[in-house]
Design a binder for this molecule. Structure first.
Ligand code: GDP
Length: 464
C-alpha cells in the first residue's frame, strides 16, 4: 500500500487514475496508469481521505497495489516525477499528524511503540498511550496549573478585596494536589520504561551448575554453548524472549569463581556488573558443585533473586547435600529445586517468573497510565522541582516561621492546613508555576519541542 499526503494528493490520484478521486473514505477499483504514456501499470483499490479528516490532517490517498518489486518500482518512479511529490522521511506521516494538531507527542510515541511492540504487554501499554491516555493525564495536570497561574496572577494584579475569599488557599491546595500526584506517578520503579525496553533476567552461579543449559531451556533454543568443561561461557550472552506476554532479556554470564585466566576474570567482572543491573537474578547452584564454590554466587541472593537448585536428578548421588545450603536462609523471592535435564521444576520457574511480571506490571490494568520514557521522567522531575519551589514560596510568605518542607526529593507534602490566606510572594512563585506548566507542555508537545522532534520521529519506520 502506498500512502500519499499533502495538498497535491488529489491531483496526483487524478493523474494516475484518469478521473476524480473516489468518494470520501470509500475504496474504488481503479486502473493505475502512467499519466504521460497512458500505459496501465496495475489495477488496485484507491481510498481517498480529504482533509481534515485524515490521519495527517491533510488530503490523503491510499493506493492498494500488487506489491511486486516491478509494480512498486514503476509507481514510485512515476510518483517521484509528479510536481511537489517526494518520498516521506521516517515517521513523517505521524509528524505531520502532530504538527496539524491531530495527536499529541505522547500519542506519536505510542504509535512508534505499537509498531515496535513484540509482546502482548508492550502492545497493551503502547495502544493505551497511542489512544491518548498518557497525554490526557499530563494535560489535566497542566490545565489545573494554568488555572492556578491565572489566579496567582490575579492576586498580583488586584488587591485582596477584589478577589474571592480564600482564593489563594484553594490555589495552594490545587498545586499541592498536582505536586503529590506527580510525586506518586514518578515513584513507579520505572515499570513503564522497563516494559518498553524489556525486563532483564540474569543467570548467575559458579561454573558448571547448568546456567547455559537453563538459558537454552528458557529460550527453547541452543543460544549458549553447553559443555561439561568449566568456564566455557566467558562473555555475557543475551537472548530476547516473550515470557508469558512480557518482554525479557535473558542474560547468561560467566561462572563466578576466582581464576588466573585474564579472559575469564574479565567475564566474571562483566557478570557481576550485569547482576547489579538485573531486575531479577536467577542464582543457580547444583549438588555436584561444592558449597564453597557457590558462596560467591549466593552473595547475590536478595529480594529480587530466585535461588535455583539445578541437577536435582543427581541428589541421590549426594546424600549430604542440603538445600538451601547449610540450612542458611537467603533473602530470596523463592527457592526452586529443578533439573534442566529431566525438566523437573521448569514449569514452577516459568510460573514464578510470570507471577512476578504480572505483579510488577499490574499498573497495566490500573486507571493511571504509566510513564514510558526517560524524556517524560526528566520533564516531570523538573516540573516537580518547580512546584516544590512554588509551594515553598507560598508557604513561607503565609507563615512567618518557616517549618521544614519536603521538596523535590520526592517526599509528599501535606500543608493544606497551613495554606496562605492572601496573595503571596507573587512574581517569583508565578514564574516557577509558569515553568512547571511548560515542563508538562514539553511532554505532550505543546511548547518548546522543536529540538526533540527529530529525535522522536527518527525512531519511526517509513510510511508511519
Ligand atoms: P554452566 O557452566 O553453569 O553454564 O553449565 P552448563 O550449562 O554448561 O552445564 C554443565 C554440565 O552440566 C553440562 O554437561 C550439562 O549437560 C550438565 N547439566 C546441566 N543441567 C543438568 C541437569 O539438570 N542435570 C544433570 N545431570 N546435568 C546437567
Amino acid at each position: 500500500m502506498i500512502r500519499l499526503s499533502g495538498g497535491q494528493a488529489g491531483t496526483v490520484v487524478s493523474a494516475l487514475t484518469g478521473g476524480e478521486p473516489p468518494p470520501s473514505r470509500q475504496a474504488r477499483l481503479r486502473r493505475i496508469c502512467d499519466p504521460v504514456s497512458g500505459e496501465e501499470i496495475d489495477r488496485g483499490l484507491v481510498v481517498w481521505f480529504p482533509a481534515p479528516h485524515s490521519f495527517t490532517g491533510e488530503d490523503m490517498a491510499e493506493l492498494h497495489l500488487h506489491g511486486s518489486g516491478a509494480v512498486t518500482a514503476r509507481i514510485m518512479e512515476i510518483l517521484s516525477q509528479q510536481p511537489h511529490m517526494c518520498l516521506a522521511e521516517a515517521g513523517e506521516f505521524t509528524r505531520r499528524a502532530f504538527e496539524n494538531g491531530k495527536i499529541d507527542l505522547t500519542s506519536a510515541e505510542g504509535i512508534a511503540d505499537l509498531v515496535a511492540a513484540e509482546t502482548e504487554a508492550q502492545r497493551v501499554q503502547a495502544l493505551r498511550q497511542m489512544e491518548g491516555a498518557l497525554g490526557r493525564h499530563y494535560e489535566s495536570w497542566r490545565s489545573k496549573l494554568v488555572t492556578a497561574l491565572a489566579h496567582m496572577e490575579a492576586g498580583i494584579d488586584f488587591s485582596d478585596e477584589d478577589l474571592p475569599p480564600r482564593l489563594m488557599a484553594r490555589n495552594f491546595d490545587d498545586i499541592l494536589m498536582v505536586y503529590n500526584e506527580i510525586t506518586q506517578h514518578l515513584d513507579d520503579k520505572c515499570r513503564g520504561e522497563r516494559l518498553r525496553e524489556g525486563i532483564c533476567v540474569t543467570i548467575l552461579g559458579p561454573p558448571n551448575v547448568g546456567k547455559s543449559s537453563l538459558l537454552n531451556a528458557l529460550a527453547q533454543k541452543d543460544a549458549a554453548i553447553v559443555t561439561s568443561t568449566s568456564g566455557t561461557t566467558r562473555d555475557v550472552i543475551e537472548v530476547h524472549l516473550d515470557l508469558g506476554g512480557y518482554p525479557v532479556t535473558l542474560v547468561d554470564t560467566a561462572g563466578l569463581r576466582a581464576s588466573t585466566d585474564e579472559v575469564e576474570n574479565e567475564g566474571v567482572r562483566r557478570a557481576v556488573e550485569k547482576a547489579r543491573k538485573a531486575d531479577i537474578k536467577l542464582v543457580v547452584i547444583s549438588p555436584d558443585v561444592s558449597p564453597t564454590h557457590c558462596e560467591e554466587a549466593l552473595r547475590f541472593c536478595d529480594g529480587e533473586a530466585l535461588l535455583l537448585l539445578n541437577k536435582n536428578d543427581l541428589l541421590p548421588d549426594f546424600p549430604e547435600f542440603e538445600f538451601p545450603l547449610g540450612r542458611q536462609s537467603y533473602e530470596t523471592r523463592g527457592n526452586i529445586s529443578m533439573s534442566v535435564k529431566t525438566g523437573a521444576g521448569l514449569p514452577q520457574l516459568f510460573e514464578c517468573l510470570e507471577n512476578r511480571f504480572r505483579e510488577w506490571f499490574s499498573h497495566l490494568s490500573s486507571e493511571t497510565p504509566s510513564l514510558t520514557r526517560h524524556r517524560h521522567r526528566q520533564a516531570l522531575e523538573e516540573c516537580q522541582a518547580c512546584l516544590a519551589r512554588v509551594l515553598d514560596r507560598m508557604k513561607s510568605e503565609a507563615i512567618p516561621e518557616k517549618t521544614a518542607f519536603a521538596g523535590a526529593d520526592g517526599a509528599s507534602l501535606d500543608h493544606a492546613s497551613t495554606a496562605p490566606q492572601g496573595p503571596v510572594d507573587g512574581e517569583l512563585a508565578a514564574e516557577d508555576l509558569r515553568l512547571a506548566t511548560r515542563c508538562l507542555g514539553r511532554i505532550t508537545g505543546r511548547v518548546d519541542v522543536e529540538d526533540v522532534l527529530d529525535v522522536i520521529f527518527s525512531d519511526f519506520c517509513i510510511g508511519k
